[in-house]
Design a protein around this ligand. Sequence first.
Ligand code: SIN
Length: 522
Amino acid sequence: MTEITTDRVVIVGAGLGALYAALKLAPRPVAVISPDPLGEGASSAWAQGGVAAAMDSADSPESHAEDTVKAGAGTVVPDVADLVTREARDYILDLTTMGTPFDRSEDGGYVLSREAAHSFARVVRVKGDQAGSEIMAALIDRVRETPSIQVLEGTIAVGLAVSDWQVTGVAVQDASEDGSQTVTLRAPAVLLAGGGSGGLYALTTNPPRIRGQVIGMAARAGALIADAEFVQFHPTAMDVGEDPAPLATEALRGEGAVLINKHGARFMQAMHPDAELAPRDVVARAIFAEVQAGNRPMLDTRTALGERVKDLFPSVARYCARNNIDPARDPIPVAPAAHYHMGGIATDTEGRASLSGLWVCGEASSTGLHGANRLASNGLLEALVYARICADGIADTLPPVADADLIEVQFADGKSPNKAKAVEDLRKTMTQDVGVVRDRAGLTRALQVIEALEAEHGDCQQFRNMCATATLIAAGALVREESRGAHERSDFPETTQGPGKRSRMYLSDALTIRAQACKELT
Ligand code: SIN
């Protein structure tokens, strides 16, 4: 196996957290591992809503933190909620300085959207529903003009090099060739910022490459994982047969759009006092029940927005148009889809994982901010705050380095195993048995399928990383015998009394649970 030793900090991933951290580390040399051309393939660029921040003079970080804790169903770490919400405003100002064209009112204030479970309109947005892509575009421009940042496009991380619980590097492959030879980049520090796990599910809003590989690679290297069972399903993915499913942003409901079924009846009013603006997990379960009952749930923007939907939400209008839906006249078919992984690599308040030399930010991490149900638009905010924290921590830990050679990676050809069918089977299993509503029988079945798939296709590092994360999610869901936030057990419908416990698990624990589950079925 080829090795390259570099003085560059290696950043795995190329979404918001990765690029923001790279910029905050400048002029320290970094290498960004980006499987796709910058701006493509990262979940951040697909975010529609925006960034939650208490920008209104009547609003406050305390209220934002309170909403975050409440939505998280008893497992948010309050100090983390305070830390992240307290600084939110500064990050919006920083992104503005970096060139993000946030929507502004005539008096120059930030236009704020309303999303579910927020007590105030507090989501800062760009061109209606294009926050993610516009913030990313501004950061990419800055990255391109920053000489200390080397972007290794077309390269994917598949493993961590570890010695005595110290991360010493990252194994990378050619992103276009599953089976290319692996090259290990020996680096002074590694920051994982490579996204979550939504694409492990057949129905997802995440880009195709976001399939739990980064969490899985850290777990396989021995890092502690937290809250793996908490996967958020977005209630209103468009149910139009596309993979990934396009999102119909929650901000539409903030503007008054309602949920109806094929009989034209609204069903959220009977479910929650906040109806369509109930917490995301509540709305997702209600929509799931309508899907299961064959009632074809739909998002109806006709009365609230009419033709205006096309100007105010251009991305949604584009997705509708390519599926022959005119949202001014037709309700939009919707279904819940895996959207955000609250769980991930356990980090402390400094963004450090349990292995030395390893920092994590963004969706791959589990900081304790989101608990069992993330508050809308807190994802991008958390990525920014922890990217900064990680960058500061790395800079404080390492001796200064003024310059570093460019990394020149060359991949030799290898055997390219075709894993498409195995990945499809894995994703189907996750949606069927580890989805919106779970039970012991389904979770046990899923663990057995994951084991069988891994046994058959374990020659592919990327697939093993996916299977590791899938195992952690299903095992975590099996041992959490209660319903809490996004984790709903039909066989344990109650929430355990008292403060909720965060779950913490090594991959070895999850594999023991999996082996036990497989025995039960034989
Ligand atoms: C949305 O716009 O509905 C998604 C926002 C988020 O997931 O934070």
